[in-house]
Design a protein around this ligand. Structure first.
Ligand code: DAH
Length: 329
């Protein structure tokens, strides 16, 4: 029996030398230390040992048990440590993972640029809600009750009295109602039109509204400001013109055109914004005395402005989220 114990210990030590991972260590545990393992079997056969030898054999068996168990524990500890060390190991020679860096959408970039230019000209930036009242969007802006823009075909009505704003001009009404002149602000934001979608028009787009109200504001100042903007935005040599126009909320009204010259093709005039002197009716509607104050206003489409500047032919591509297009800017 003592011989068997010595032999088991020797075999165990030999086997242990061959262990190099946790799964072979598990095999070793099953072979020696499990319920059916060699060490347990030896304990089983203790009952057949003659009485007088039992203390000696028992002692030797206990020693074997302690030896194998402690060697097993030691090895397990060591292998686990190695394992987590290899998990933590950082191979600096591996090529890095490529992270594509995002960029601002071309419309956001255009809006930022427009805002910066007008900030430089002394304008602050105000925003208003996309869900507007019929009053702010139309009535206060001097739209006659039967004006075609009020038709369901052009406007997304939410209820009879509320709608998705069709332009940023209602923010003028909000600003003039909330604050007293002098006022000088631009008002950027999304607007919505119930229009057939095509290369030229989309149901959603962005506008930047401008407003300046003070004593003695003149049309010449309006022109000066818009020309200064156009030169900064499109370039010093931009070709522009003002045409007489009509808007219910301005009198007189005008539109500004910019010459569009695609390379190798014939150029043409493109309308970039509407503008005019704030109609006295609008001033009255917001509680500003038109005898004391005058003002000018303008409104431009951001998509159109970006398309003109960057030579983009189809408005829909601005809303497609096609990375092949977006990453060009
Ligand atoms: N709100 C007009 C539109 O959506 C644009 C506009 C024209 C705004 C003239 C103005 C303005 O402030 O004075 O077509």
């Amino acid at each position: 029996m003592i011989n068997k114990i010595d032999e088991t210990r020797k075999n165990f030590d030999d086997d242990l030398l061959k262990i190099n991972n946790l799964s072979s260590l598990e095999d070793l545990r099953i072979k020696y230390l499990s319920r059916k393992g060699t060490v347990s079997q030896l304990f089983e056969s203790l009952k057949d040992v003659p009485k007088e030898e039992k203390p000696k054999v028992g002692q030797a068996l206990n020693k074997l048990k302690i030896h194998t168990q402690s060697k097993f524990d030691e090895m397990q500890e060591k292998l686990k440590e190695n394992n987590s060390a290899s998990e933590k190991f950082l191979d600096l020679s591996l090529p890095g993972r490529l992270h594509t860096i995002g960029s601002k959408h071309i419309l956001t970039q255009t809006l930022d640029e427009i805002k910066n230019i007008f900030r430089g000209l002394g304008f602050s930036v105000h925003e208003g809600p996309e869900l507007e009242s019929d009053y702010n969007n139309f009535e206060a802006l001097n739209f006659a009750p039967d004006h075609p823009a009020r038709d369901m075909q052009d406007t997304f009505f939410v209820t009879e009295k509320f709608l998705l704003r069709t332009h940023t001009s209602p923010v003028q009404v909000r600003l003039m109602t909330e604050k007293k002149p002098p006022l000088r602000a631009i008002m950027p934001g999304k607007v919505f039109r119930n229009e057939a979608i095509s290369a030229k028009s989309y149901c959603l787009f962005h506008q930047v509204e401008g407003l300046y109200v003070d004593t003695d504001v003149t049309f010449a100042e309006l022109k000066g400001t818009l020309v200064a903007f156009a030169k900064q935005f499109y370039g010093q040599d931009v070709k522009y013109r003002f045409r007489a126009s009509f808007f219910p909320f301005t009198e007189p009204s005008a539109e500004m055109d910019v010459w569009w010259q695609p390379k190798g093709k014939s150029g043409r005039w493109l309308e970039v914004l509407g503008c005019g002197m704030v109609d006295p009716n609008v001033l009255r509607n917001v509680g500003i005395d038109p005898e004391k104050y005058t003002g000018y206003a303008f409104g431009m489409g951001v998509e159109r402005t970006a398309m003109l500047k960057y030579g983009i032919g189809d408005i829909r591509i601005l809303f497609d989220n096609d990375k092949r297009f977006l990453t060009q800017f």
